[in-house]
Design a protein around this ligand. Structure first.
Ligand code: SF4
Length: 369
């Protein structure tokens, strides 16, 4: 079994037709159900569902408080390399883009770790471009071994690996995995992934499951909003998470809703996703996945991130730099950024904003044994 079976089920599904048939009664009934099914998700994410954002927001707020209290977990990304063999039309790290490439040494990674740890972070996401040649599992394992002395929780966001390699990363000290499918629609997937191993849709689609089989504690799935109609993409993201939860009950599944940001390159074939659309995505995810973490990154502005906290977001990045080696002066400027961030608030400013809303910023919710 693979999530592929679920994708196949929806390949011929007429979303337009379904959305046209959704009634106000369907939406209201779905919002107030205790346990939403796939049809309910489609009802609340439908264009007509936009009229009911207030009702959805109230329920999402209650659910979040019930499961997580008034807390927001903070983390920061650490870019250790930006070599990439793929040619994704929407990303600055695209192999064809003439940017400054770099890969940190273990010594440099340790310097970055010290600089980040000084800010109080305990949760990091370790990022590279996607290149098994430049950043093979051996390099990743060495990096994790350096970082585990500083951070109790290390999530990998690297090229999709085999189950065996995920096991090696876990043994070294990683506990989380982020693999975004980017776009679940196969035709668009082919169109925007112009070259490199990432063109293998199925291998990427099954990566979260390989991570779960290997023993990853938390797994984050998502689509990159803007590559296709967001309603279909967020629906399939929700189902991908459900598939992992149903088959691997020990895994914490998390969701994001990243929108495309300005980047190097010439890809502009974007499906617009407004702030209102993004709010609808987050509310629908919270109503469908009551006990899952929902993360919002600094792709979004500070003022918008603030508004999303009471709506169900309970994890966010802070102190973000998307360039390789950007945290300490010895390595600053070594490699270029993946994309331009929108929220440039300092970690302290993010903490203050969370407290001002009556929430508690959390820096650690996990201890490695
Ligand atoms: S999105 Fe990932 S795989 Fe694609 S070019 Fe950027 S870094 Fe490489």
């Amino acid at each position: 079994m693979s999530f592929l079976k679920v994708i196949e089920k929806y390949e011929k599904f007429n979303f337009e037709d379904y959305f046209n048939r959704v009634t106000d009664e369907d939406i209201k009934r779905s919002i107030y159900k205790n346990k939403l099914n796939e049809e309910d998700f489609l009802n609340i994410i439908s264009p007509k569902g936009e009229k009911y954002l207030e009702e959805m927001a109230q329920k999402a707020h209650e659910i979040s408080n019930r499961y997580f209290g008034k807390t927001v977990l903070l983390y920061t990304p650490l870019y250790i390399a930006n070599m990439c063999v793929n040619r994704c039309a929407y990303c600055s790290y695209n192999h064809d883009n003439n940017i400054l490439r770099a890969k940190l040494t273990m010594e440099e990674i340790e310097k970055e770790a010290k600089a980040i740890a000084k800010e109080g972070f305990k949760h990091i996401i370790l990022l590279t471009g996607e290149s098994s040649k430049d950043t093979p599992i051996e390099y990743l394992v060495d990096a994790i071994k350096v970082l585990k002395d500083y951070f109790p929780s290390i999530t990998l966001e690297v090229q999709p690996l085999s189950e065996e390699d995920y096991k090696k990363a876990i043994e070294a000290g990683a506990d989380g995995l982020t693999v975004y499918q980017e776009v679940y629609d196969r035709e668009i997937y082919k169109k925007v992934h112009l070259g490199g191993p990432k063109r293998n849709y199925n291998f990427r689609l099954d990566a979260p499951e390989r991570g779960a089989k290997a023993g990853m504690r938390n797994i984050s799935v998502s689509a990159l909003l803007g590559l296709n109609d967001f309603r279909r993409e967020v629906f399939l993201t929700a189902l991908h998470g459900k598939y992992i939860k149903d088959n691997y009950p020990g895994v914490d599944v998390a969701f994001s809703a990243p929108r495309i940001r300005p980047h190097a390159g010439t890809f502009h074939d974007i499906y617009p996703v407004s702030d209102k659309n993004l709010v609808q995505c987050i509310l629908a995810l919270r109503l469908f996945h009551n006990n899952s973490v929902i993360n919002i990154s600094t792709r979004e502005s500070a003022s918008f991130r603030e508004k999303l906290i009471p709506l169900g977001v309970n994890k966010m990045s802070a102190g973000v730099l998307t360039e390789v080696g950007g945290h300490c002066k010895d390595t600053k400027g070594k490699g270029e950024s993946q994309f331009l961030i929108s929220d440039q608030s300092s970690t302290e400013d993010v903490k203050k904003m969370i407290k001002r809303l009556g929430y508690q910023p959390i820096l650690k919710d996990w201890e490695r044994i």
